[in-house]
Design a binder for this molecule. Structure first.
Ligand SMILES: NC(=O)c1ccc[n+]([C@@H]2O[C@H](COP(=O)([O-])OP(=O)(O)OC[C@H]3O[C@@H](n4cnc5c(N)ncnc54)[C@H](OP(=O)(O)O)[C@@H]3O)[C@@H](O)[C@H]2O)c1
Length: 243
């Protein structure tokens, strides 16, 4: 059984910052070949390209907005040209959002659903012809989807929809040996300056008494990317310290 991710051909969406970046670097460090994308030009993308050089020339950082069908088609074409097939897709792009229902505009609803849900449809459909037999599709959801929280109905709804997408696609693609799973992070500490009382309150909500780290999430991604999870599909794994 291949426990590692060496040689796997991977697409990670939204890899220039945050959890996506930690995932890209962990995969590259483990010997995978990675295409990743971002939306905005700037230092974050340049810095990632420089960092990836340390792990060889098989990695590509592409500017492509995953809410645009044209951009996603172009992104899939890059994957096809670079690797021929994809063994793993980590569909990580998502946006956090807060607004009480009586102030939530239609535009904001569409922005959040477009980024957190429709983009996953676009990326999955474009990647489908490239997926190798036994490929692993991993969506990054949120454990908030199952709990709910005031002023985040649009966010929770978008993330909850990924669970249904996961369950149905697992059944649709299982005959090709393709697995589809969602990882649902809780509150992950990305090094932002959180006010200490808020940090304490959020940590206190977890069974483990601390916020998650990017590495905590990456461990779950590597598990689903590799063959250790080969009989697991259609599932949602909370990585939230037991909220
Ligand atoms: N952080 C947490 O505590 C937490 C908790 C629960 C769930 N999650 C989920 O985990 C995932 C990653 O979150 P994060 O906090 O690491 O995000 P982040 O720090 O905001 O980074 C987002 C990444 O995605 C890219 N991106 C955003 N919109 C894009 C688009 N339309 N097209 C292409 N790329 C796009 C960004 O690139 P640009 O900079 O170029 O825009 C950036 O590289 C999300 O799905 C999020 O909902 C995070």
């Amino acid at each position: 059984m291949d426990l590692a991710i060496t040689g796997k051909r991977v697409l990670v969406t939204g890899g220039t910052r945050g959890l996506g970046k930690a995932t890209v670097l962990a995969l590259a460090r483990g010997g995978a070949k990675v295409v990743t994308c971002h939306r905005q030009a700037g230092e974050a993308a340049d810095e990632l390209s420089r960092e990836l050089k340390e792990f060889g020339d098989d990695h590509h950082v592409v500017r492509a907005d995953v809410t645009s069908a044209d951009d996603v088609r172009r992104l899939a074409a890059v994957c096809g040209e670079a690797f021929g097939e994809l063994d793993v897709v980590v569909d990580n792009v998502g946006v956090a959002a807060e607004a009480p229902m009586d102030e939530l505009s239609g535009e904001e609803w569409q922005r959040v659903i477009g980024t957190n849900l429709t983009s996953h449809f676009l990326v999955t459909q474009a990647a489908l012809p490239l997926l190798s037999e036994g490929a692993s599709v991993i969506y990054i959801g949120a454990s908030a989807a199952l709990r709910g929280r005031p002023a985040t109905a649009h966010y929770s709804a978008s993330k909850a929809a990924l669970i249904g997408l996961t369950r149905s696609l697992a059944k649709e693609l299982g005959s090709r040996g393709i697995r589809v799973n969602t990882i649902a992070p809780g509150v992950i500490d990305k090094g932002e300056a959180l006010p200490p009382p808020l940090r304490q309150r959020l940590a206190g909500m977890t069974a483990l008494g601390r916020l998650g780290t990017a590495d905590d999430l990456v461990g779950a991604v590597l598990f689903f990317a590799g063959d250790l999870s080969r009989y697991i599909t259609g599932t949602t794994l909370n990585v939230d310290g037991g909220i």
